[in-house]
Ligand binder design. Structure first.
Ligand SMILES: NC(=O)NCCC[C@H](N)C(=O)O
Length: 259
C-alpha cells in the first residue's frame, strides 16, 4: 500500500445542516464547498498523496469531516464512537474503507465516546481532548487499545473549542501550535508550544518532509511557518470553516503500511 494515502469523503448536499457548537451558524454555499473540497483533494495529490473516497452519505451533513470517524496508529484503525448522536452513522462506511486497505480494526464502545478530531499524535505521544465530544471512557479505551504500540495516551481537558485539534496541531518538528485565546492550557506543551496569530493558523496537516497544508484564512501564521523553513500549501475552506471544520478534519491520513 502507498505510504501516503488518505481517506476523504465528498460533502453532503446538506452540509449546511451540520452541527455548530462554538460559532454562529451562517449560510453555506454548497457549490463553493464542492469546489473547495475538490481543491483540497487536488492539494493532497499535488503533494504526492493518493486518496480513497469513503462512500458518500448525502443524509449525513457532517460526513465530509471524515477525520472524526477513526484514529489510525500503525496498522490499527480505532473506529470512533462520535460524541454527537447525529454523527454516529458516519463510521460504518469509513470502517469499510479502512478495512479495505488492510488495517486491523478495533472500536470505541459505549459508554465511551471519542471523535478523531480530538486526537493529536506526535512522536510516541497521543494527546486526546476531553470536552464536548470525547469522554474519559473513550480516552481510557483508546489508551488500552494503543498500549501494545507503546504510545502514551494523555487526556487534555478542553472547553473553548469543539475538538483538541480545533485548538492545537503539531508542526513536523513536534512544535505544538495554537491560537492562545482558544487554548485552554498551553502549559501542557510547555517548552514546545508556539502561539500563532490566527485561529486557523493552529490547524496544519503534515504532508511529509517540511510541507504543511493549512487554510488560506491564516496568512500571518503561514508567513510565520515559512520563516521557520516550512513549505506551506494553502487552500480556501471557508464553507467548511462555517461548519466548525478545519483542514485536518477533511481527511484521514494513512501513513503506515499495515501487515
Ligand atoms: N475534526 C473536526 O474538527 N471536525 C469538525 C466537525 C464539524 C462538525 N460540524 C461537528 O460539529 O461535528
Amino acid at each position: 500500500m502507498d505510504s501516503r494515502h488518505a481517506l476523504v469523503r465528498r460533502p453532503s448536499s446538506r452540509l449546511g445542516d451540520g452541527l455548530v457548537t462554538h460559532i454562529e451558524r451562517s449560510e453555506v454555499d454548497i457549490e463553493l464547498a464542492r469546489c473547495q473540497w475538490e481543491a483540497y483533494v487536488d492539494a493532497l495529490h499535488a503533494a504526492g498523496w493518493t486518496t480513497t473516497e469513503v462512500a458518500p452519505a448525502d443524509e449525513l451533513p457532517d460526513a465530509v469531516f471524515v477525520e472524526d470517524t477513526m484514529v489510525v496508529l500503525g496498522d490499527l484503525a480505532v473506529i470512533a464512537r462520535p460524541g454527537a448522536d447525529e454523527r454516529r452513522g458516519e463510521t460504518e462506511a469509513a470502517e469499510a474503507a479502512v478495512r479495505a486497505h488492510g488495517y486491523r480494526v478495533a472500536h470505541i464502545e459505549a459508554p465511551g465516546t471519542l471523535d478523531g478530531g480530538d486526537v493529536l499524535k506526535h512522536g510516541g505521544t497521543v494527546w486526546v481532548g476531553l470536552g464536548g465530544r470525547t469522554n474519559q471512557a473513550g480516552v481510557d479505551q483508546l489508551r488500552e487499545l494503543l498500549a501494545p504500540s507503546g504510545a502514551e495516551v494523555v487526556g487534555v481537558p478542553i472547553e473553548k473549542v469543539l475538538h483538541l485539534k480545533s485548538a492545537v496541531t503539531a508542526l513536523p518538528d513536534g512544535t505544538v501550535v495554537g491560537h492562545l485565546p482558544l487554548v485552554d492550557d498551553p502549559d501542557v506543551w510547555a517548552g514546545h508550544f508556539l502561539a500563532v496569530p490566527e485561529e486557523s493558523g493552529a490547524h496544519v496537516v503534515l504532508l511529509g518532509g517540511s510541507t504543511v497544508l493549512m487554510a488560506s484564512s491564516a496568512p500571518a501564521s503561514a508567513a510565520l511557518f515559512r520563516d521557520r523553513g516550512l513549505d506551506v500549501v494553502t487552500v480556501d475552506i471557508s464553507e467548511f470553516e462555517k461548519m466548525e471544520g478545519c483542514v485536518t478534519c477533511l481527511s484521514v491520513r494513512l501513513r503506515g503500511v499495515p501487515g
